[in-house]
Design a protein around this ligand. Structure first.
Ligand code: 5AD
Ligand code: SF4
Length: 498
């Protein structure tokens, strides 16, 4: 007989230490979260174990991530649960269970998923027990789900962005069902804490500080697929970071669609700058990054906190989207070209060594070559360290999709090429500014091309390659930046200061 642990009555802290094999999965599932999910993890573990015994080998699961850092972090949560229920994780899609964590910000992300599903189908034909799951932003779009239900019937499980914490429960439903399981929620105000996470890197980690977005930029589908803005309570964030630091993490990336509006929906309101001050106090934490900042909400308080901080990295991602005030208005960005430039000037004056990167969209409805000229003008003035340039992609359901005067492809292409050239030229000017200096680098990996080198990341997000071995991974070491090669440096470990 199984020993009995009533998950309803134990705290989330205790939960992490419970031997899930001791959970009586014959009783009713608890109603409260995350206890309920631990119950389903225990149940799923039985299923995975018996399947593995039948095959006489471990079961393998593969998660493919499309899209942004949010999806990468969500995938670590999925991986944590898969590991907990007994799967081995692999990068090979020829696995027993394949999960695509999808993106839908631009249509090409959707097309990639459809293309690769065909390949998965051929793998599944050879391996009948194989399971396939789709989740993430694309699944929040009814038209995409409808298409999968019609044309990709071999998919076993579909879920969205709001119920990812229920993955263990969904897995059990999938195993117990012989039909496609679809569970998509339109919204949620729930944030479930304390579920297992399997981190990709032992020394750095993303942390969600908020979910969703309230900005409704007129081209963007994110508010529709990720829902309204919800901030996590600062105590939860600090506690999670402290736990990570105790496990060896030295760098955190605070994640949110618009971190500058962090805390607005909390009962005890708090600003992002105040949160940063608290994070800074965490002993053992060496570096703090964050992403993404909306220019309209970037406060003087934040600039001050960044300036005074010893830990906040010298990098700010500040999406411009367009340099034309007319287009910015149609995009519902709520700042003008001049306001953006004044903001950058203020930041540069306070923190001269800060690297600034951006996102730019070309081909928004109604954009004329003179609007692209305005964008190019901003790029020349700001001199971004890097700019991600995107061709506008029409997203059904967004206000921009129904705007008249969509721009012809050839005109978009011409504007895009013109912009790209200026972006590259100015970024080249910025690169190399640190040549001859010694800077701290967090060593991330052994270089893929040359195993005698390791690759580290500077505070300003630039990469440096230098002689070293795997023992340096996760350490912050001073590196003399000898030569700049395009967008990275070749350096030497500075033995004097290390
Ligand atoms: N088309 C092209 N690019 C887009 N982005 C968001 N929505 C779209 C779209 N419909 C870009 C923005 C954003 C980045 C993450 O993706 O530049 O900052
Ligand atoms: Fe999309 Fe704008 Fe929200 Fe960024 S701020 S996620 S671009 S709606």
């Amino acid at each position: 007989m199984d020993s009995y642990i009533n998950l309803n009555h134990i705290s989330t802290e205790e939960l992490k230490h419970v031997d899930l094999n001791g959970v009586n999965v014959n009783c009713n599932p608890p109603d409260v979260e995350p206890q309920r999910q631990y119950y389903f993890m225990a149940k799923c573990r039985h299923i995975v174990k018996s399947e593995s015994e039948r095959l006489g080998r471990p079961l393998y699961a593969c998660i493919q991530v499309f899209g942004c850092q949010m999806n990468a972090r969500d995938s670590e949560k999925l991986a944590g649960i898969l590991r907990e229920v007994g799967y081995e994780l692999t990068e090979n899609e020829d696995a027993d269970f394949v999960i695509y964590n999808t993106c839908t910000v631009r249509d090409n992300a959707n097309q990639r998923v459809y293309g690769r599903l065909g390949h998965l189908n051929s793998l599944k034909k050879k391996k009948k027990h194989m399971k396939i799951a789709l989740c993430g932003c694309m699944m929040q779009e009814p038209s995409a789900v409808e298409k999968i239900k019609q044309s990709y019937r071999f998919v076993d499980l579909i879920f969205g962005t709001h119920n990812i914490y229920k993955f263990a429960e969904l897995l059990v439903t999938m195993f117990e069902s012989d039909r496609m399981v679809v569970d998509i929620w339109q919204e949620t105000d729930q944030i479930v804490e304390s579920l297992p996470v399997e981190r990709k890197y032992p020394f750095k980690s993303g942390i969600n500080i908020m979910f969703g977005c309230n900005n409704f930029c007129s081209y963007c589908i994110v508010p529709y697929v990720r829902g309204r803005e919800r901030s996590r309570r600062p105590e939860e964030i600090i506690h999670e970071i402290e736990m990570l630091v105790s496990e060896g993490v030295v760098e955190v990336m605070l994640l949110g669609q618009n971190v500058n509006s962090y805390g607005r929906n909390l009962e005890e309101s708090i600003t992002f700058a105040q949160l940063l001050r608290q994070v800074e106090q965490i002993e053992g934490l060496k570096r703090i990054r964050f992403m993404t900042s909306h220019p309209k909400d970037l406060s003087d308080e934040l600039i001050q906190v960044m300036k005074e901080s010893k830990k906040i990295c010298r990098h700010l991602h500040l999406p411009l989207q367009s340099g034309s005030t007319r287009i910015l208005k149609a995009m519902n960005r709520r700042y003008t070209k001049e306001q953006y430039l004044v903001l950058v000037e203020k930041i540069r004056k306070e923190i001269p060594d800060l690297a600034i990167t951006t996102d730019i969209i070309v081909g928004f409805p109604g954009e004329a070559p003179c609007d692209v000229d305005e964008t190019i003008d901003v790029v020349r003035k700001v001199k971004y360290d890097n700019a991600f340039t995107f061709i506008y992609s029409k997203r059904t359901g967004t206000p921009a999709a129904t705007m008249e005067n969509q721009v012809p492809e050839a005109v978009v292409k011409e504007g895009f090429d013109r912009l790209l050239k200026v972006v590259q030229d100015t970024a080249r000017e910025r690169a190399g500014l640190l040549e001859g200096k010694t800077m701290d680098a967090l060593v991330e990996e052994v270089n893929e091309q040359d195993a005698s080198l390791v690759t580290g990341r500077l505070s300003n997000n630039t990469m440096v390659h230098f002689k070293g071995d795997a023992s340096l991974i996760g350490q912050i070491v001073p590196v003399y930046l000898k030569e700049c090669h395009g967008f990275y440096y070749l350096g030497e470990k500075d033995e004097k200061t290390f």
